[in-house]
Design a protein. Structure first.
Lengths: 103, 169
């Protein structure tokens, strides 16, 4: 197992933990936490490939990770704003109770 | 086979433990604190990989902003109270099976491909000057787009979360 495989395995594990959290929790904020963990695992993959790739001086993977961090910050702000607004309407953040748009 | 360094093993164990606690704990405030631990562990992994700028950006953005936002949202929605019918959704076994299957596929792909990239030993040295010059020359268009996106997200989040008075629009 190379060091790169170690980092990729840790990233895969964090991604799966985030996915499990996003799929199993009822609270909308916990689902957002799971999504943040998944985004972070993707960033770890990008940085690991940048470090062990053939041209680290081109900075491609690191730039991608930095822009991804910025996008994730925007996503968190809008997502939490939406959760607060939904809580104001439904007086709950329980996703199982939000079934008014169910077809 | 290259042995894993002790620092890598320790930091990854800390990160995985923080992530597990962040999605498994009952109290939502504890989940947010465990999420901070996971973010810090990921920043340490970035530093371990030689990406100083990304590591410190991770600390600033995630621990300084996202974790605080999550705590604010939890307190504003009174999410710290444990609901009486459990914290897990009705379909939690299916979600767990899907996540385990995803991890199995990813792990199988990583271990069977055994990537051998050429730059395994030499750590690249990147200065902040190089990053700044790259941001101002080659990546200037993405930088501008990110600036517009962050402004739009800021305005959008304020408009979405703004308290609307009855009848006033």
């Amino acid at each position: 197992m190379t060091p790169l495989s170690g980092f990729l395995l840790v990233a895969a594990l964090i991604f799966s933990i985030g996915l499990a959290g996003a799929l199993t929790r009822r609270n909308a904020i916990l689902v957002l936490i799971g999504i943040e963990l998944m985004l972070n695992a993707a960033n770890l993959n990008l940085i690991a490939f940048w470090r062990y790739g053939p041209h680290p001086e081109a900075l491609t993977g690191m730039m991608f990770a930095i822009f991804s961090i910025a996008v994730a910050a925007a996503e968190a702000a809008v997502g939490l704003g939406l959760v607060i607004q939904v809580h104001r309407h439904a007086h709950s953040t329980d996703l199982d109770a939000m079934n008014r748009m169910k077809g | 086979m290259l042995p894993m360094s002790l620092a890598f093993l320790f930091i990854s164990a800390l990160t995985v433990a923080g992530g597990l606690a962040a999605v498994a704990l009952k109290n939502t405030v504890h989940c947010a604190l465990a999420l901070t631990v996971a973010f810090a562990g990921l920043a340490l992994l970035f530093l371990d990989l030689g990406a100083q700028f990304a590591g410190f950006a991770q600390i600033l953005v995630y621990i300084g902003a996202v974790a605080i936002l999550v705590v604010f949202a939890i307190l504003l929605t009174r999410g710290s109270e444990t609901p009486k019918d459990g914290v897990y959704s009705k379909h939690w076994p299916a979600g767990l099976v899907i996540a385990a299957a995803v991890f199995a596929v990813l792990g199988w792909a990583i271990l069977s491909s055994a990537p051998q990239l050429p730059n395994a030993s030499v750590a690249p040295t990147v200065t902040v000057l190089q990053i700044g010059q790259a941001l101002m020359t080659r990546y200037v268009l993405p930088l501008e787009i990110i600036a517009v996106l962050l402004t739009a997200a800021l305005i959008g989040a304020v408009i979405v979360a703004m308290h609307e008075k009855e009848g006033a629009r």
